[in-house]
Write a protein that binds this ligand. Structure first.
Ligand SMILES: *[C@@H]1O[C@H](CO)[C@@H](O)[C@H](O)[C@H]1NC(C)=O
Ligand SMILES: *[C@@H]1O[C@H](CO)[C@@H](O)[C@H](O)[C@H]1NC(C)=O
Ligand SMILES: *[C@@H]1O[C@H](CO)[C@@H](O)[C@H](O)[C@H]1NC(C)=O
Ligand SMILES: *[C@@H]1O[C@H](CO)[C@@H](O)[C@H](O)[C@H]1NC(C)=O
Ligand SMILES: *[C@@H]1O[C@H](CO)[C@@H](O)[C@H](O)[C@H]1NC(C)=O
Ligand SMILES: *[C@@H]1O[C@H](CO)[C@@H](O)[C@H](O)[C@H]1NC(C)=O
Ligand SMILES: *[C@@H]1O[C@H](CO)[C@@H](O)[C@H](O)[C@H]1NC(C)=O
Ligand SMILES: *[C@@H]1O[C@H](CO)[C@@H](O)[C@H](O)[C@H]1NC(C)=O
Ligand SMILES: *[C@@H]1O[C@H](CO)[C@@H](O)[C@H](O)[C@H]1NC(C)=O
Ligand SMILES: *[C@@H]1O[C@H](CO)[C@@H](O)[C@H](O)[C@H]1NC(C)=O
Ligand SMILES: *[C@@H]1O[C@H](CO)[C@@H](O)[C@H](O)[C@H]1NC(C)=O
Ligand SMILES: *[C@@H]1O[C@H](CO)[C@@H](O)[C@H](O)[C@H]1NC(C)=O
Length: 665
C-alpha cells in the first residue's frame, strides 16, 4: 500500500484504523480496522504505519477517538440550510478514564510510538464535545500524554467551529472547506481566512498557528517528500486531465490512458494475504479437498459481481470489500467460481456445476437442481455487507444465506461453507452434521478466488485466527450501538460506555457466557503443542510505578520497556507443514481494581514449522502490558500479587498457565 500511494504521488494515506476498535459487534465500520482487542490492534497499527512510512508516505491514524458506531455520528443540520445551526447534535460517546486508556487509547499509543505523521479526529462527540474540538483528547491525551508530534486533521466535515477547534488541538480542517456540506450550504471554511481574522483580532495566538504549520510541514520533510517524490498521477480526482469529474458517468472512472499503473506484482501479496486472513472454523476432515470428481457450488457470492464498488444492494457477485470511503475498486478480479473451476481441473474433477440464485436454491428440491448423483462436495458461498455511515441491523449472512446452507446441507452430506463478510456472523447452522467445514474468508480483495483455492486444496495451510468472538446469538454481545432515539432534543443522542472494559471476549469471559467460536480461534490442517513455558524477569527490581521520564512519541518511554520474557517451545505435532499462532493472555492479580477482565491478550506470534519441527517462541512483555491505568495517580501501575500467564491457541483454548509475581507488597 505504501509503495502504491507513493508511486501515485499521494503524500498521505488515510490509514490505518483503530477506531472503531469493535466495541459493538454491529458497528458498520469495524471491518476497516483490525480486531476487537487493543493489543492486537496496537501491533497492527504499528506495523501498518511503519510500512506506509518506510515507503515515504504519511500515515494517518484514525478515527480519534471512541468512534464506535455510525448511527448518529454526525449532527442533523437545520432544514433551513445552515451548518452553523444544527437541529440535533451528533452522538456523544461517554466513557471513563480507565476504559479510555486500557481499550480505546491503547492502540493509538502504538500509532504515536510508530511516529504516525497524522491523526484524524472523529465525527462524534466525546463526553459532550466534538472529536475535532475536544481538548481533553487532542491536547491532553494525544499531544501531551502520548507526545504526538504530527498534526491532527479532521474527518471530512467534522469541524463545527474555528477558533475553538484550533485551541482544542485541531491542526488541519479537511477537506478544506466543509466539503459537500460547504458547497451545498455556501460555507467555505471555519479555517482559511478565518484563521487570519482570528489572529488579527487578537482571539488566536499566532504561536498556535506556527505550531499548526510546523506540525503539518514537518512530516513532509522528515519523510523526504520534498525530494524526488513522484508527481501526482494525472488520473487523480480534481487534477484529472483526461476524464475530469464533470465527465464521470459513474464512480471513480479512472481508466483513461494517463492513469499510472503502480500495481507491480502486488497481486501475489494480495493472494497471500487473502489466504492468510481466512479462518478455518470447522473441519470434519472435509479439507483439504481430495480430488473430488463432482463439485457443486451454491450461492450468490460465488461469481462475478454486478458492480465492483459499493456492492451493497447488488444481489449477485462475490464481495471483495465493504462500503464507504474505505472501499476500493479492483482492476482485475478472480472469482471463487473461476478459481475453483481452474484448480479442480488440475485435480481431475469431471463436473463443476453451480447455482447462484439464493432464492431459487432455497425454494428448490436440490435433487431436481443438480445433474446426476449427489455431488462429492457442495461449496456454499455466502456474503455479508457492512459500510460506513450505517451500522448492521443483524449478524446473519445476507440474502437468506442461512436458508441456503440449511437446504444444501439437508441433501448434501459434505457441505463446505465459505463466508465473505465484514466480520461477525452467528452461523446458526455451524453444528449441522452435514456442514463438514466452515471458512470465514472475510473481505479478501482482487485475488479472492485464488486465495480461497489455496486453502481449499491445502496449497496453503490455514493459520488465520478470529480477531473477534462469534457468539451463539446476537443478543449475547455487549454494547450494541445506540439507536432508535426518537426524541428530538438537541443533546438526546448519548452513548454510555457502561460496559467499560467488557467488550468482545473480555465480556464473554467476565460473564462466563458460552460462545460458538471465541476470539483467537482458528484451525489448521496440522496440530501444534506448547511446552516448556518459562517466564524470566528482565529487570531485578521492578517498581509498581514507571520511572518518570521525558515524554517521547508514545508517552513515557519506561512503559515500552520489556520487563518480562515469556518463552515456550512450539511443536508442529501433525502431518502438514504450517504456521501456528501461539497466544499469551495475562490474568491480573486480585489486587487490581474491580472490572479488570479475566484475561487480556498480551502476545502472539505466527510461526511456520515443518511437520515434527519445534521452535522456541518468545513473548516480551512491556511494562504497559502488565499495568492497569490508575485513575488516581494518572499512571500505568503494576499491581501487587500473582499474575497468571495463559498460553494457548485461542482465548479459550489455554493449554499452559504460568504464575509470576512482578512486584511484591
Ligand atoms: C435556522 O434555524 C435555526 C434553528 O434551527 C435558527 O436558530 C437560525 O436562526 C435559522 N437560520 C436562518 C438563516 O434562518
Ligand atoms: C470523560 O468523562 C469521564 C467521567 O467524568 C472522565 O473519567 C474522563 O476522563 C473524561 N474523558 C475525556 C476525554 O474527557
Ligand atoms: C469564516 O467562517 C464562517 C462560518 O463561521 C464563514 O461563513 C465565512 O465564510 C468564513 N470566512 C472565510 C474568510 O473563510
Ligand atoms: C475574531 O475572528 C474570529 C474568526 O473570524 C471570530 O470567530 C471571532 O468572533 C472574532 N473575535 C472578535 C472579538 O471579533
Ligand atoms: C470514463 O471516462 C472516459 C473518458 O472521459 C469516457 O470516454 C468513458 O465513457 C467513461 N466511462 C464510463 C463507464 O463512465
Ligand atoms: C432467482 O430465482 C427466483 C425464484 O426462482 C426468481 O424469482 C428470480 O427472478 C431469480 N433471479 C434472477 C436474477 O434470475
Ligand atoms: C445429511 O445428508 C444426507 C444425504 O447425504 C441426508 O440423508 C441427511 O438427512 C442429512 N442430514 C441432515 C441433518 O439434514
Ligand atoms: C456421503 O454420503 C455418501 C453416499 O451415501 C457416502 O458415500 C459418503 O461417504 C458420505 N460422505 C460423508 C462426508 O459423510
Ligand atoms: C437470541 O436471543 C433472543 C433474545 O434473547 C431470542 O429471542 C432469540 O430466540 C435467540 N435466537 C436464537 C437463534 O437463539
Ligand atoms: C420511541 O422509542 C421508544 C423506545 O425505543 C419506543 O418505545 C417508542 O414506541 C418510540 N416512539 C415512537 C413515537 O416511535
Ligand atoms: C528495590 O527497590 C526498592 C524501592 O525503590 C528499594 O527500596 C530497594 O532497596 C531495591 N532493592 C534492590 C535489591 O535493588
Ligand atoms: C527472550 O527470550 C528469547 C528466547 O530465549 C531470546 O532470544 C531473547 O533475546 C529474549 N529477550 C530478551 C529481551 O532477553
Amino acid at each position: 500500500m505504501g509503495q502504491e500511494f507513493r508511486a501515485k504521488g499521494a503524500h498521505i494515506a488515510l490509514s490505518p484504523v483503530a477506531g472503531p476498535l469493535g466495541r459493538s459487534a454491529y458497528a458498520g465500520r469495524n471491518w476497516e480496522g483490525f480486531a476487537a482487542d487493543p493489543y492486537l490492534t496496537g501491533v497492527a497499527m504499528e506495523e501498518t504505519i511503519t510500512g506506509h512510512q518506510d515507503a515515504g508516505v504519511q500515515a494517518t491514524a484514525k478515527h480519534f477517538i471512541a468512534n464506535e458506531q455510525e448511527t448518529a455520528r454526525n449532527p442533523v443540520y437545520s432544514k433551513n440550510g445552515t451548518v452553523t445551526d444544527t437541529d440535533v447534535a451528533a452522538i456523544s460517546a461517554n466513557l471513563d478514564d480507565r476504559t479510555m486508556h486500557e481499550l480505546y487509547l491503547w492502540p493509538f499509543a502504538n500509532a504515536v510510538k510508530a511516529k504516525a505523521a497524522s491523526f484524524m479526529c472523529s465525527y462524534q462527540r466525546i463526553n459532550g464535545s466534538y472529536g475535532c474540538q475536544n481538548s481533553a483528547s487532542l491536547n491532553g491525551l494525544l499531544k501531551t500524554e502520548l507526545g504526538f508530534q504530527g498534526y491532527v486533521m479532521s474527518d471530512w466535515g467534522a469541524v463545527h467551529t474555528g477558533v475553538a477547534s484550533i485551541e482544542a488541538g485541531l491542526d488541519m480542517n479537511m477537506p478544506g472547506g466543509l466539503g459537500s456540506y460547504g458547497s451545498a450550504f455556501g460555507v467555505p471554511s471555519y479555517f482559511g481566512g478565518n484563521v487570519t481574522l482570528a489572529v488579527n483580532n487578537g482571539t488566536l495566538d499566532v504561536t498556535r498557528v506556527d505550531d499548526m504549520i510546523v506540525r503539518i510541514m514537518t512530516p513532509y520533510y522528515w519523510l523526504g517528500q520534498d525530494k524526488d517524490y513522484p508527481t501526482i498521477d494525472p488520473s487523480t480526482p480534481d487534477l484529472n486531465t483526461f476524464s475530469p469529474i464533470s465527465t464521470w458517468t459513474r464512480e471513480f472512472n479512472l481508466t483513461g490512458e494517463s492513469s499510472r499503473d503502480v500495481r507491480g506484482d502486488h497481486s501475489k501479496l494480495i493472494r497471500k494475504h487473502g489466504a492468510a486472513g481466512t479462518v478455518l472454523l470447522k473441519n470434519n476432515g472435509a479439507l483439504p479437498l481430495n480430488s473430488p470428481r463432482n463439485i457443486a457450488i451454491f450461492g450468490n457470492d460465488a461469481s462475478e459481481p454486478s458492480k465492483q464498488l459499493n456492492q451493497n444492494n447488488y444481489e449477485f457477485g462475490t464481495l471483495l470489500a465493504g462500503g464507504g470511503s474505505g472501499t476500493g475498486q479492483v482492476s482485475s478480479l478472480v472469482t471463487p467460481l473461476q478459481a475453483i473451476k481452474e484448480r479442480s481441473a488440475q485435480n481431475g474433477t469431471k463436473l463443476v456445476q453451480y447455482f447462484l440464485n439464493n432464492t431459487e436454491i432455497v425454494e428448490s428440491d436440490l435433487d431436481d437442481l443438480w445433474i446426476g448423483e449427489l455431488p462429492n462436495v457442495c461449496i456454499v458461498m455466502l456474503k455479508t455487507w457492512a459500510e460506513e455511515a450505517a451500522d448492521r441491523d443483524h449478524l446473519d449472512v445476507d440474502w437468506d444465506g442461512n436458508a441456503v446452507v440449511e437446504n444444501v446441507a439437508s441433501k448434501c452430506n459434505n457441505t463446505i461453507v465459505v463466508t465473505h463478510s465484514s466480520g461477525i456472523n452467528t452461523l446458526p447452522w455451524a453444528d449441522h452434521e452435514n456442514v463438514t467445514a466452515i471458512l470465514a474468508a472475510h473481505y479478501p480483495g482482487e485475488q479472492s478466488g485464488y486465495s480461497l483455492t489455496d486453502i481449499l486444496y491445502g496449497d496453503v495451510n490455514p493459520s488465520g485466527h478470529l480477531p473477534y468472538t462469534i457468539a451463539f446469538n446476537g443478543s449475547d454481545y455487549n454494547a450494541p450501538p445506540t439507536t432508535a432515539i426518537n426524541t428530538t432534543g438537541y443533546f438526546d443522542w448519548q452513548s454510555w460506555f457502561d460496559e467499560k472494559l467488557e467488550i468482545d471476549y473480555r465480556h464473554f469471559d467476565a460473564q462466563n457466557i458460552s460462545v460458538r467460536y471465541e476470539f483467537g480461534f482458528g484451525l489448521s490442517y496440522t496440530t501444534f503443542n506448547i511446552s516448556d513455558v518459562k517466564a524470566e524477569a528482565l529487570e531485578t527490581n521492578i517498581t509498581a510505578h514507571p520511572e518518570e521520564r521525558k515524554v517521547m512519541p508514545g508517552g513515557n518511554p519506561a512503559l515500552w520497556e520489556s520487563i518480562y520474557n515469556v518463552t515456550i517451545s512450539l511443536t508442529n505435532s501433525g502431518k502438514f507443514a504450517g504456521a501456528g499462532v501461539p497466544q499469551l493472555y495475562v490474568g491480573f492479580p486480585e489486587s487490581t481494581p474491580a472490572g479488570t477482565p479475566p484475561k487480556q491478550l498480551r502476545g502472539f506470534e505466527k510461526v511456520y514449522l515443518e511437520a515434527g519441527e519445534t521452535s522456541t517462541v518468545a513473548f516480551e512483555l512491556m511494562r504497559r502490558d502488565l499495568s492497569y491505568w490508575d485513575i488516581i495517580s494518572q499512571q500505568w501501575v503494576i499491581p501487587e500479587g500473582e499474575f497468571s500467564l495463559y498460553l494457548g491457541f485461542s482465548s479459550r483454548d489455554i493449554v499452559e498457565t504460568h504464575k509470576v509475581t512482578v512486584v511484591s507488597a
